[in-house]
Design a protein around this ligand. Structure first.
Ligand SMILES: [Zn+2]
Length: 297
C-alpha cells in the first residue's frame, strides 16, 4: 500500500508520496520500541494499514528495492499496546484481496464501541461528505436528500459495516440507501449519469442551478447504487467504483411493486479524497447540512 497510519484511531494517513516521508515517520514513532522491531535478525519499521488496521512493514525506505517504496502487511506481528495482528481483517483487506465488492456485513459487537468514533466523524463532517458525493456522482444533493441519507445511514447503522472506513464515508451514504426517484432529480451536465439519461431519452430541462438539468417526467424510475467495488492494481493503486442501476416499475406485475432494470453504469470514486477534505483548513461550512446531521445522528 502507498500510505500508512499509526494507531487504530481514525487519523490522517501518511503517504509515501509525501515529501520527507522518512523524517515524518521517524518523528512520529520516536523511540517507541513497538514500531521498530527486530524480527528474525531483521529490523522492521512498522505502522498500520489504513484499511484493515493490521501492522504493516515499510519497504524501500531503509533498504533499496526495485519498486517504489511501499508498505506490506506484516503477518503475525503485533505492535504492543497499539494493535494485534488479525487474520480475519487481513483476509478482507482490499490491499490483500485486490478485487471485490465492499460488503454490508456488520462488525462484531465487541468492535462497535470503536465505530462510534467513525460515526462521530460522519456527523461532524457531514457537509463535506455530501459535497464529495455530489461532486463525484453528478447528483445534486438537495437538503431533503441529505436528510434522507442521514436518516437512512443511522437506521442501517452503516458505520458498523465491516468495510466502512473514514475514507469511504461519502460512498457508504448512498451505497447503504435503496435509491432516489429520478423525478425532479437535479443532475450536473456532462457527467456519466447525465450521459446515460440522455441516451435513455429522458426529458431533461435546464435547472436554475448553473450547469445542471432536472428530470421532467420519469414514471416512477429510481436511481439506486447497487455495488461499491474496488480493484488494487499491480502498483498498489486502489481504484473504486459505485455501480448504479436505473430501474422502473414492472407494469406486468400488478399485485406488488417490482422493478425492471433499464440501465447500469459505474462512476469511479476516490476515497482518499475525503480523508484529505476532513483536514482541509479553508473549508467553508455548510451549516444547514451540518444541522441535518445534528438532527438525525
Ligand atoms: Zn490492510
Amino acid at each position: 500500500m502507498k500510505e500508512i497510519k499509526f494507531t487504530t484511531n481514525y487519523e490522517p494517513v501518511l503517504s509515501f508520496a509525501e515529501e520527507d516521508f522518512k523524517t515524518k515517520y521517524e518523528e512520529r514513532v520516536g523511540n517507541n520500541p513497538g514500531y521498530i522491531q527486530v524480527v528474525s535478525g531483521e529490523t522492521k519499521h512498522l505502522a498500520l494499514c489504513p484499511r484493515c488496521n493490521n501492522p504493516v512493514a515499510i519497504l524501500g525506505i531503509y533498504k533499496k528495492i526495485d519498486v517504489a517504496p511501499h508498505a506490506r502487511h506484516a503477518k503475525g506481528i503485533n505492535i504492543p499496546n497499539v494493535v494485534q495482528y488479525d487474520e480475519y481483517k487481513f483476509q478482507h483487506c482490499p490491499y490483500h484481496k485486490k478485487r471485490a465488492n465492499y460488503i454490508k456485513e456488520y462488525v462484531s459487537e465487541t468492535e462497535e464501541p470503536q465505530r462510534q468514533e467513525l460515526f462521530k466523524i460522519v456527523k461532524e463532517h457531514y457537509d463535506k461528505a455530501i459535497y464529495l458525493l455530489q461532486e463525484e456522482t453528478g447528483i445534486y444533493i438537495t437538503l431533503k436528500m441529505a436528510e434522507t441519507l442521514a436518516e437512512n445511514y443511522v437506521i442501517m447503522r452503516a458505520y458498523n459495516y465491516i468495510d466502512a472506513t473514514i475514507y469511504n464515508i461519502p460512498w457508504y451514504l448512498i451505497y447503504s440507501f435503496n435509491g432516489f426517484p429520478l423525478y425532479h432529480m437535479i443532475i450536473r451536465k456532462n457527467t456519466t449519469l447525465y450521459r446515460h439519461l440522455i441516451q435513455l431519452g429522458f426529458d431533461l430541462k435546464n435547472s436554475k442551478i448553473k450547469g445542471h438539468v432536472y428530470v421532467e417526467n420519469s414514471e416512477g424510475y429510481l436511481l439506486t447504487a447497487t455495488n461499491y467495488r474496488y480493484v488494487v492494481d499491480k502498483n498498489d493503486n486502489l481504484k473504486e467504483w459505485l455501480d448504479f442501476s436505473i430501474i422502473r416499475p414492472d407494469v406486468t406485475v400488478t399485485d406488488t411493486l417490482l422493478y425492471v432494470s433499464v440501465d447500469r453504469f459505474s462512476v469511479s470514486v476516490d476515497s482518499y479524497h475525503f480523508g484529505n477534505l476532513i483536514n482541509y483548513q479553508n473549508w467553508s461550512l455548510r451549516q444547514n447540512v451540518l444541522d441535518i446531521a445534528k438532527r438525525y445522528m
